[in-house]
Design a protein around this ligand. Sequence first.
Ligand code: XMP
Length: 326
Amino acid sequence: MAENRRPESMERITSPELAKAFIDEQLAALRRQIGDKKVLLALSGGVDSSVVAALLIKAVGKQLTCVHVNHGLLRKGEPEQVIEVFRNQMDANLVYVDAADRFLDKLAGVAEPEKKRKIIGAEFIRVFEEEARKLEGIEFLAQGTIYPDILESGPVKAHHNVGGLPEDMKFELVEPLKFLFKDEVRVVGTALGLPEGMVYRQPFPGPGLGVRCLGAITRDRLEAVRESDAILREEFAKNGLAGKVWQYFTVVPDFKSTGVKNELRSYDWPVIIRAVNTRDAMTATVEDVPFALLQHITRRITSEVAGVNRVLYDLTPKPTGTIEWE
Ligand code: XMP
């Protein structure tokens, strides 16, 4: 698999100048590979697929079609940001598919975490396939595969891969980032003019908020996850923690507890906050978030998020906990 090994002569991309050289080289290579043909990209809005999209827009413009599937498990504001950046600012061909109802219907009543993941993955491929079939003359499929994906799993990692498409839909792959490490992808993304919030965003799992709305997903609890996550992100950004903490999010379990709200007894869900640091996600330590900030976030979540009466902070490192709760 020599074509899957990073060339030894390749310099680590650490500066805007090196990023520019990489971009120029890739633009030429992409134009050579794609010619006047059409290319398709599943654009999640994550760092890797966003950088691939920005490169391809520069290289082949409207020959690229991006498909952004909203599976209903994205964070607050994410689909809007993808549309704003890629359709409005970069003038890309962007197909936006609001498939939230489809996914949530399929997931209804399913409590087992791996089953939830399988359903989300399979439905994603189905939606993407349907969109691909509507488009004529596509010959290439672009993917945001990066070097760790190749190193870790031989072939590309499942969540970067719209593999699983049917036999009659085999496209030639376009993987311009396949020899880059994450920090290099970020330097390239910045050089391409992508917003900082997109380039430096924290990792977000493919199944999205679906694995943070524990057990069988319900729409009301999913909203509680989304709204509490938005408050947490806003407060971390305001308090200088957003770029510092590796991953931070909220979880809503599928049980309730008694409380008091507006002098009335309530029976509502708790929100669990998780904020961790790690190098490789194999082990993780808990961020020492200032107590006053946790209290402030608690006040905001319990007063602004419907159906929530308690906030808990997860103090568990990995091991024994995993980073996600499911
Ligand atoms: P855990 O929970 O295993 O998470 O400690 C380690 C890292 O992997 C992310 N993660 C996922 N990413 N699909 C993904 O794309 C998944 O199903 C998935 N599950 C966990 C998690 O967010 C953390 O960064």
